[in-house]
Structure formats: structure tokens, C-alpha cells
Design a binder for this molecule. Structure first.
Ligand code: CU
Length: 476
């Protein structure tokens, strides 16, 4: 290899290494003769049609039926989706560069709205929109020649365009390069979209579209494949260890850009923005613009559940932009060991044992005064985790408000605050598994803050005295 590279100019060698497949120029694709015809094989997400086996261009007939359907956006939340083919995202279309596509758009007679299709794979005004504007109960036909390979978004472009797109009218069309894409074990289709419901996230029932929220770009839901949880649990993507996975990822928008990421995976190859000529390698997160796409490829080196997210993480964990890829096989401890140790970490001056207690805490003369002083101790020491309203943070920090753990046993609470707590604890029916440190606070401060917490948020109102704290501390 070394000897050969001496004779190949560096630039040529570099570009050869980057080219995934042989692609033709626009002129060559325009001139490529059309041999025969076939009906397109279409697929619903997360599946894609099989790779193109042909070695010539042909006429591909594509039928897509627009349907306005009520479906699940989240648990207990229904939404009227406008769809290319009955689902969000629309049918995946797969063709080869040079193909002549005869596009049929059928608008179901039960629909209420006119629709059309703008394919980003088209070179022509509107991407086919004007040629396909179709009233309910009608069918339109236009054709285009696929001049550029790549992964392209298609969408409805009927006014108000943002509303048609926000209701789910988008999908992907792959124009394969002549040489095809490298063979992989699994190909999947994911498309992100932002949804604008009149009610807040999680409000149950039929949710109408909110144009005001769409204009403000404040989605209530950001999801993959048309619904919260569309691709998790028994609907997760699957692979085996050692297999290669290719994801065709689109972003329908209408507004948000996706920071696409698979937690615990590195993309071996990314075709940024869906282009076929300049793949990049070793990528952690790839940006997918609204109305754009990317292809990512990786080989599974470890088993487990890999979480697929928009790395604008509130969207993933609070708005729904989360999918799963489950990988089975034999785990490889060399690739990833899992947790091998969990020991108590005690930097100097901290930890369970407290040597020096501050002694300058003011001493309260009444329960009311104790509550006032305790409120300040709470703000300085407890509020960051347990929150100013005492509600805690789900799955992380237990609530103090109306807490059964607190109200059931005063001595246990003192012991917890004095000595710290590690491991599982159940509060109001929810289990928490974390660490609460032992607090380096005086008996007076601890009595004040516990009394304050008991006085607040519907708790039992008990008072705790410094002597009680001292007694517990003596037993620790
Ligand atoms: Cu439409």
C-alpha cells in the first residue's frame, strides 16, 4: 500500500477513500436511457424498501395516498394527522439516480383539505408542488428525472404550509447512487417532527393544532416517527452484536433542527445532510436541519439498549424525542465493562463523620422563630435538590411535601439528616436510589430546618429540638 500511494497524487487518493459509491453527474443522469418500468416498493417507518438491484435507470411509478387520520400522539393524547400514506412519517420511497419517477398523488375523498407534494429530490419549481395540488377525491400525476443522488425530504407545500407540515406531512426519498450504498445488516427509517397542540404536554383527549404555538416555535411534543414512544419497548429497533446498522434520519420540522445522537454509540460514517459524495467519520452528534436528512452508520460492538435522542435533551426527556435500539448477543466486557466498583468517596473534611460543628447558630426562642431560621438553612442547603416547593425531582430527589417518609417517623428523619442516607428509599410510592450526604450543620441548624420542613407543604407540623438532634447524633 505504501508503495502505491507514492505514485498516486495525495488529493486523488484522499477523494477516492472518501467516495462511498460511484455516482454520476447530472448530465449523465439526464441522458441515462429509461429501460422498462416498475411499481415502487414503499415502506412505513421504521422500515425501508430493499436496496435497488438494477444496474440501469427505469420508470418508477409511485402511488401515495394522502389520508387525514386520527391517531395517537402520546398516551391518552389523540391528534388529527395529515399523512402521506396513513402514517407519520410518510412512505419511504427508494429509487436510483437516473430513474424517471411518475408520481401519483391520490387525495382520499374523505379528506377535508387539498394537498400536494414537494420533493427535495426534484429539480424544478416547487419540487412538484404546483404539479400535484390535489383536491379531496382527486389524483394528480407529474414526473421527474432523478438527477442527484442523496437522501431527501418530501413534504406537503399547500398553504398554510407550516400547518400541513406540522400535522405530519413529510417523509423521505432515497436516490441511490449508481454503485449503490455499502451493504449493511440493518436499515431503518426515523424522522423527527415537532407538534403544536392547544393543550399542554400530557393533557389527555383530542388535541387540536395550535397555529399560535407553531408561530412561536414552542412545541408541546417533539417525537420520532409521529408519536411519543413510537420506537421503544417491543417496537424498538433491533440488531445483534457485530452487525452494522444504517439509519436514514430525516427532520420534518416544521421548525426545530435536530442534534441527532445515539447514546453510547459513535457513528462510524455519516453522510451529512444526506449527501452521497462527502461522508465523514467518527461522529458523535450530527445536525439535521428542518427539511433535511442524514444517513448514519455504525457497527454494534456491545449489547444493550441504546437510546436515540435529539441531544437538545429537554426534547428527548420531556417532549418525546427518544427512540431505542436493542442489541442482543454476548456482551463484551473489554468494549464496555459496566460498573466495576462503587465505594464511598470521602474527600478530606467531608463525609459521614463530622468532626467540627459550627457553633455560632442562633438559638430559637419559639417554634415560629425556629421555622424562620430553618427556612434560611433550607434555602442554603436543601433547596437545590428538594426544590423550593418541596416537590423534589422525579427519579432523582424525593419530595418533602406531604411526604409519608417524613411524617411517619421523626426520629428516622433526624437520623437521615444527621448521618446521611444511601441506597433505595420509597417516598409516596416512588422509589429513589441516590445519596444524601451527612450535613455538617449544628444541632440548632438541623432542628430548625427539620422543623421548617415539617411546618411546610402540608406536612405534620411537628417541632424538632436541638436536644433531640443531639441524642440521635450520640447514637450514630
Ligand atoms: Cu397537505
Amino acid at each position: 500500500m505504501k508503495g502505491r500511494q507514492i505514485f498516486i497524487p495525495f488529493v486523488l487518493a484522499a477523494s477516492l477513500a472518501a467516495l462511498p459509491a460511484l455516482a454520476a453527474t447530472r448530465e449523465e443522469n439526464l441522458a441515462d436511457p429509461i429501460i422498462g418500468e416498475e411499481n415502487a416498493v414503499l415502506a412505513d417507518a421504521p422500515n425501508v424498501p430493499p436496496p435497488i438491484a438494477r444496474d440501469h435507470a427505469t420508470k418508477v411509478i409511485v402511488h401515495i395516498e394522502v389520508k387525514e387520520v386520527v391517531g395517537r400522539l402520546a398516551d391518552g393524547v389523540n391528534y388529527t394527522f395529515w399523512t402521506f400514506g396513513g402514517k407519520v412519517p410518510g412512505k419511504f420511497i427508494r429509487i436510483r439516480e437516473g430513474d424517471l419517477v411518475e408520481m401519483h398523488l391520490d387525495n382520499h375523498p374523505d379528506n377535508k383539505m387539498p394537498h400536494n407534494i414537494d420533493l427535495h429530490a426534484v429539480n424544478g419549481p416547487g419540487g412538484g408542488a404546483a404539479g400535484s395540488l390535489t383536491a379531496p377525491g382527486h389524483s394528480s400525476v407529474f414526473s421527474f428525472k432523478a438527477l442527484n443522488p442523496g437522501l431527501y425530504v418530501y413534504h406537503c407545500a399547500t398553504a398554510p404550509v407550516a400547518m400541513h407540515v406540522a400535522n405530519g406531512m413529510y417523509g423521505l426519498i432515497l436516490v441511490e447512487p449508481k454503485g449503490g450504498l455499502p451493504k449493511v445488516d440493518h436499515e431503518y427509517y426515523l424522522m423527527q417532527g415537532d407538534f403544536y397542540t392547544q393543550g399542554p404536554n400530557g393533557e389527555q383527549g383530542d388535541e387540536p393544532f395550535s397555529m399560535a404555538k407553531a408561530i412561536d416555535e414552542r412545541p408541546e411534543y417533539v417525537v420520532f416517527n409521529g408519536a411519543v414512544g413510537s420506537t421503544v419497548g417491543d417496537k424498538a429497533l433491533t440488531a445483534k452484536i457485530g452487525e452494522t446498522v444504517r439509519l436514514f434520519v430525516g427532520d420534518g420540522g416544521p421548525n426545530l433542527t435536530s442534534s441527532f445522537h445515539v447514546i453510547g454509540e459513535i457513528f462510524d460514517t455519516v453522510y451529512p445532510e444526506g449527501n452521497m459524495s462527502t461522508p465523514t467519520h467518527e461522529v458523535q452528534t450530527t445536525l439535521i436541519p428542518a427539511g433535511g436528512a442524514a444517513i448514519v452508520e455504525f457497527k454494534m460492538s456491545e449489547v444493550g439498549t441504546f437510546i436515540i435522542v435529539d441531544h437538545s435533551l429537554v426534547r428527548a426527556f420531556n417532549r418525546g424525542a427518544l427512540a431505542q435500539l436493542k442489541v442482543t448477543g454476548e456482551e463484551n466486557k473489554l468494549v464496555y465493562s459496566g460498573k466495576t466498583s462503587d465505594l464511598v468517596y470521602q474527600p478530606e473534611g467531608a463525609g459521614i463523620q463530622v468532626a467540627e460543628l459550627p457553633s455560632n447558630a442562633p438559638s430559637a426562642k419559639s417554634r415560629a422563630e425556629r421555622i424562620t431560621l430553618g427556612s434560611a438553612v433550607f434555602a442554603n442547603n436543601c433547596q437545590a435538590c428538594h426544590q423550593a416547593n418541596g416537590e423534589g425531582i422525579p427519579d432523582a430527589f424525593p419530595p418533602l411535601a406531604k411526604s409519608d417518609f417524613l411524617n411517619a417517623d421523626k426520629l428516622r428523619v433526624i437520623k437521615t439528616v444527621v448521618g446521611g442516607l444511601q441506597g433505595k428509599v420509597t417516598v409516596n410510592g416512588a422509589t429513589f436510589d441516590g445519596v444524601m450526604p451527612a450535613w455538617s450543620l449544628s444541632d440548632e441548624d438541623l432542628a430548625d430546618v427539620i422543623t421548617f420542613v415539617y411546618s411546610a407543604w402540608g406536612n405534620s407540623g411537628q417541632e424538632v429540638t436541638p436536644d433531640e438532634v443531639k441524642a440521635i447524633r450520640g447514637k450514630n
